[in-house]
Design a protein around this ligand. Structure first.
Ligand SMILES: Cc1cc2nc3c(=O)[nH]c(=O)nc-3n(C[C@H](O)[C@H](O)[C@H](O)COP(=O)(O)O)c2cc1C
Length: 327
């Protein structure tokens, strides 16, 4: 049955609104959607790139990839295949994707519900370790996007932890990096972006040190009794250092994160290991040279009785979605 174009625009608009919930580096939400007849365009918003922390824009593209995958999940939940053309115009590299509703198909709602439950959970996780079958499922989610998920082996966790500590130390000594963190953890409320102290925890005795996201105000989320003993550290790797690979890594990050959320697990990314070049190279060696690390993620079960992490703020559809005829 041919749908009226109006209905298609409505589906695409809904998908772009669901994509607002996507995770992004420091909650910068560095994308814009433009609805154009029967397709929606996803554009990178370079004005939101972090100069100190992300000069190449790799984390910006990862963030846009999470938004793209969220939109796809929303269309599939509505019963459409979602056709995507990635980087369709070499002359306009900031046009990241063109997405159409696609053919009707079975409604896939599993991951859709996870969009609204997913949070970055920075609290130490419980002692129960995610088992091999759930890790295999996460690996399959990464492979769907042509990326690979490496599990840091228990005997490699100490080396991984020192790589994270080293990245943190290098960044703390860098004025431009510190300026990015300060700016995006003290955003005026009406901007509806940035990281709030309500979703960060104070540094404790976690085996892998958390990034300090609290230069201006103390963290207010209670860390709870977890000790991160069951936590698994994953590294998502790509085959090339290039924009298309970083966009795919973002789609994979979203797929892995929504999948683990649907299985009752929680996660928080550790991107400092890819932000500092020598640390990224050391991590690549730790993986045995298999692929280029795009991001690391800690995954575990939240402690029983741990309440929900507060939902983080987002911009509105009016700020991020342009309708036909609008600039
Ligand atoms: C590419 C990328 C890198 C991120 N890096 C980190 C990080 O290094 N440390 C951290 O605590 N959170 C990190 N995050 C999580 C964001 O801070 C988080 O998604 C954002 O603040 C929105 O919060 P929410 O995920 O709870 O919706 C990252 C997210 C993305 C997509």
């Amino acid at each position: 049955m041919t749908q009226h174009p109006r209905a298609e625009i409505d589906q695409l608009a809904e998908a772009s609104i669901a994509a607002l919930r996507a995770p992004s580096i420091l909650n910068t939400q560095p994308w814009r959607w433009r609805l154009e007849g029967e397709h929606a365009e996803l554009w990178a918003d370079r004005a939101r790139r972090l100069d100190g922390l992300d000069p190449d824009g790799r984390l910006l593209l990862l963030s846009c990839g999470t938004a793209l995958h969220h939109a796809t999940v929303a269309l599939r939940a509505a019963g459409y295949a979602a056709d995507i053309e990635r980087l369709p115009d070499a002359e306009r590299p900031d046009l990241l994707a063109r997405i159409r509703q696609g053919a009707p198909g079975p409604a896939e709602r599993d991951l859709y519900a996870a969009i609204y439950r997913r949070r970055t959970d920075r609290r130490p996780f419980a002692d129960r370790r995610p088992d091999g079958s759930v890790l295999a499922e996460l690996g399959a989610a990464a492979e769907r996007h042509g990326t690979h998920l490496h599990v840091v082996r228990p005997d490699q966790v100490a080396a991984f932890a020192s790589a994270v500590a080293h990245a943190n130390a290098v960044e703390r000594a860098d004025d431009r990096y510190r300026a990015d963190i300060l700016a995006w953890t003290t955003r005026p409320r009406q901007e509806r972006d940035g990281v709030s102290a309500r979703s960060t925890v104070p540094a404790g005795s976690q085996p892998v040190p958390p990034r300090d996201l609290n230069p201006a105000a103390p963290a207010t989320l209670r860390p709870g009794p977890g000790a991160d003993r069951g936590t698994v550290y994953l590294v998502l790797a790509v085959d090339a250092e290039a924009p298309a690979a970083w966009l795919a890594a973002g789609e994979a990050l979203s797929d892995v994160w929504l999948t683990l959320t649907a299985r009752g697990l929680a996660a928080s990314p550790i991107s400092e290991v890819v932000e500092v070049e020598p640390v990224r190279a050391a991590l690549r060696r730790l993986l045995g040279g298999a692929g280029h690390p795009a991001i690391a993620v800690r995954v575990g079960y939240p402690e029983q009785d741990a309440g929900p992490v507060p939902v983080s703020t987002r911009r509105s559809g009016t700020d991020t979605v342009g309708l036909p005829g609008q600039p």
